[in-house]
Design a protein around this ligand. Sequence first.
Ligand code: SF4
Ligand SMILES: [Zn+2]
Length: 159
Amino acid sequence: MPNGGPDCCGNCSHNKAVQIMAHPHPEQPDKFWQLSHCTLRDVRITKPFWTYCSNFTYGKTPEARNREESPRGWITASGLYEGYVRIPWDENREPRVSVPATCSICGRKTDNGIEVDHDGDVLGFCTNRHYVEWWVTIHRDNSFRPEDFESPETRYKAD
Ligand code: SF4
Ligand SMILES: [Zn+2]
């Protein structure tokens, strides 16, 4: 399912904003975003319509949600656009996408990279692939594979 699809925190029963407001209201442009917080994982959700996880439960009747279910898998963010892709958070730390960064893997500087806070450092990445390459070394989890993402050689071939 593409990013921006319906299976996002912005439509999920576990999001406090959905529980209180159901959906954004034009007359309160910021309130839905301010309230967005996952009550299952106890984590702030800064981009509710571009954040996802396997516990998504459609929010029509949030009062009927299963408050006892265990978190399954990783929260994911929308990665740098190479077609719609999702990249995992670093535990409860959200990667910042489309920001200036110097890549921790290859040293490339870019105005349109990824950053994440980790162990007191700010780590930068040139591509989804190099972010995921780093992520796999930290989390030892093969549910995301670097080779599924665009290589820096392809992404920057016009440079
Ligand atoms: S992180 Fe998962 S469970 Fe929490 S609000 Fe988002 S989709 Fe729902
Ligand atoms: Zn890189």
